[in-house]
Design a protein around this ligand. Sequence first.
Ligand code: KG4
Ligand code: ZN
Length: 338
Amino acid sequence: MNIFSIESSCDETAVAVVRDGRVMLSDCISSQVDIHKIYGGVVPEIASRKHIEAIYPLADQALATAGVTRADIDAVAVTYAPGLIGAVLVGVNFAKAAAFALGKPLIPVHHIRGHIAANYLSHPELEPPFLCLVVSGGHTMLVDVADYTKMTILGGTRDDAAGECFDKIARVLGMPYPGGAALDRMSQGGDPTKYPLPRAKVDGNPLDLSFSGLKTAAINLIHNANQKDEPVDIPSLCAAVSEAVSSALVSRTELALRQTGRKTLAVAGGVAANSRIRAQVTELAQRMGVRLCLPELRYCGDNAAMIGAQGYYEFLAGNVADMTLNAYATKSLVGESL
Ligand code: KG4
Ligand code: ZN
């Protein structure tokens, strides 16, 4: 089954063709990062306009790269939530028009479910159940993936996502948006113990996290040093931030593995590209004797292939929308939890 899939929830316009949820035939991305860089973050109105400009030629490119024609498409999948509303609506309306014109089913996909499904592309043998650590620019959560479309959020951040924490600290250090990857590169060779940074503990659910205190502490440290004209050892500060984020994620992941008894751990989302997090979850998986699935770097950040992968399983579960599908308007399709 060939699924034509669309992702436009933030600042990447993406169109892909995916076969049977596992084989990427094409995965085309038009990134807007260079435009939003100027403002230090995503400007929603600009994002929506750029999606409209990019999506039509990208769709043609995705079909051509896959070596298929419109007649070979069996269904259309699209990210319907969450995201910037104007941005999501561009993809949803394009997908609706495409599905209607082709006379094929329209499949709504939750963006986070898509990130999780990126692992099906990188690990063709991976099947639920498994535990997934989801770490992106907007979300940080531990998800129990009982089945392809049955997922429970076990815990998550109470405030900032891990990616938000990396990006805002990177911005104060003068790194261009989105600074997570630059901060990761800068941290290589730094001393993670040089700057003591807080590890937040939250009341209630032991699997919950908080990153806003870490973000504020790191930013205050930089501002205080600047005011006193003192130098900051930037590699060491970046290493300390990465270590604080990673250790918080790894300790919750270890607890969730013990609680659920799952024998497979997957990681998903843009922050899954982080070198320290990858190294530390690898060490955790070895220590606990669980199998680890990390997406290839190309499938960590936003892409449409992951939407096509999850779309296949949503289709098999009967989660097909009618042409009244609107962004955010189909919560019942994804169940209570995710
Ligand atoms: O999943 P994603 O592409 O978008 C959302 O759904 O939010 O994640 C983007 C996030 C950004 O915050 C970006 O800085 C971060 O992923 N990121 C990284 C790295 N590469 C991307 N954060 C830390 N280390 C990296 N190597
Ligand atoms: Zn994402």
